[in-house]
Design a protein around this ligand. Structure first.
Ligand SMILES: NC(=O)c1ccc[n+]([C@@H]2O[C@H](COP(=O)([O-])OP(=O)(O)OC[C@H]3O[C@@H](n4cnc5c(N)ncnc54)[C@H](O)[C@@H]3O)[C@@H](O)[C@H]2O)c1
Length: 317
């Protein structure tokens, strides 16, 4: 993507700040964020950059769009990204994901923005009977309000694309890991071990298996695929293999050089990390590969690289 005026929602966050880094040299980027999940630590360094501007506000509120400007493309990454929160307060997903996306689409319609990239999730599928799960799998039966909200966002995006002639690319992410993360399994393990090195609490029974993708592959594949996609379409973004939660715990302990730490599994309902956790998630990536995109790191390599990056950012290694 080059020479575009880009509105990047959620640009202060984990994936957003990595996306900003990928775009800033060749484009004009406006970050729209309300700093609800993270402060400005990852975007501070761009404050003086002439290609960067910041619009602080809540996407779910119509007034927040005043004075926003003109754009060629919207990259919509803002969301409540913490799947665990939903069971306690499903409204958080409705507001920050569904309502925010609806308001953003209304802005795009009124301002005639013609392209959108959207971060959806493997959670739209729910607990599937087909693994790896292709984009054509159905019926969708999300088991979390987060998954339900992403499913709803996808529907609004394809409907608006049809009504108003946007070209939208929807990406259903596997688990994304890497630098600037502020949540997720690797980050949580390291935070817990910073507080207590004698025991690591692991949510669930440790047998949960998911496919992990490094954030650099995530960001670059989104841009690569959107550039080559001719029409509104949906792509799974994942890796061929999966990595178990127990294995991630071992990798983190190894990189923190902790040999005597006891791992304590909370057990959870049916071994799940939390209510609404899909135990085994693996996406069929045939469609992604057919675009010519290939990730540079596999699932375990992504976990290892992310562990090193997170430890380094926390000043531990
Ligand atoms: N990290 C993953 O493994 C993963 C997997 C699947 C999908 N996703 C999706 O990718 C996107 C980015 O995720 P992330 O991991 O970088 O999350 P993140 O929490 O680090 O970033 C989300 C950003 O959105 C902002 N935000 C939230 N609600 C907002 C609102 N109402 N108005 C304005 N800004 C708001 C937050 O302040 C934050 O900076 C999200 O849509 C998430 O659902 C992430």
């Amino acid at each position: 993507m080059k020479g575009k005026r880009i509105l990047l929602t959620g640009g202060a966050g984990f994936i957003g700040s990595n996306m900003l880094e990928a775009l800033i040299r060749d484009n004009e980027v406006t970050v729209f964020d309300n700093f609800s999940n993270v402060d400005n630590r990852y975007i501070r360094k761009y404050e003086e950059d002439k290609h960067f501007s910041l619009h602080q506000g809540d996407l779910a509120l119509p007034d927040s769009y005043k004075g926003l400007g003109k754009f060629d493309v919207v990259i919509h990454l803002a969301a409540n990204s913490d799947v665990k929160n939903g069971a306690g307060d499903p409204g958080i997903d409705y507001r920050n994901n569904v309502e925010a996306t609806f308001r953003l689409l209304e802005f795009m319609r009124k301002e005639d923005v013609r392209e959108m990239l959207f971060s959806s999730s493997s959670t739209v599928y729910g607990e599937t009977t087909v693994l790896p799960t292709p984009e054509s799998y159905g019926p969708y039966m999300p088991i979390s309000s987060y998954g339900a909200s992403k499913m709803s966002c996808e529907g609004f995006i394809t409907a608006y694309s049809n009504y108003y002639g946007f070209r939208s690319t929807i990406f259903r992410f596997a688990n994304i890991v890497g630098k600037n993360s502020t949540h997720g399994v690797i980050y949580d393990f390291i935070r817990k071990l910073q507080k207590n090195q004698s025991e690591l609490e692991v949510l669930g029974d440790g047998t949960q298996r998911k496919s992990y993708v490094h954030v650099s592959d995530c960001v670059n594949s989104m841009l690569f695929i959107h550039d080559r996609s001719q029409r509104t379409d949906i792509y799974n973004l994942g890796n061929p293999g999966t990595t178990g939660v127990k294995r991630i715990a071992e990798i983190v302990l190894q990189h923190m050089k902790l040999t005597d730490t006891r791992i304590r599994y909370t057990g959870g309902e049916e071994g799940r990390g939390w209510k609404g956790d899909v135990k085994v998630a693996q996406l069929d990536i045939t469609k992604m590969l057919a675009t010519g995109w290939k990730n540079t790191l596999d699932s375990e390599q992504s976990v290892v690289r992310a562990t090193k990056e997170t430890l380094s950012q926390m000043g531990i290694a």
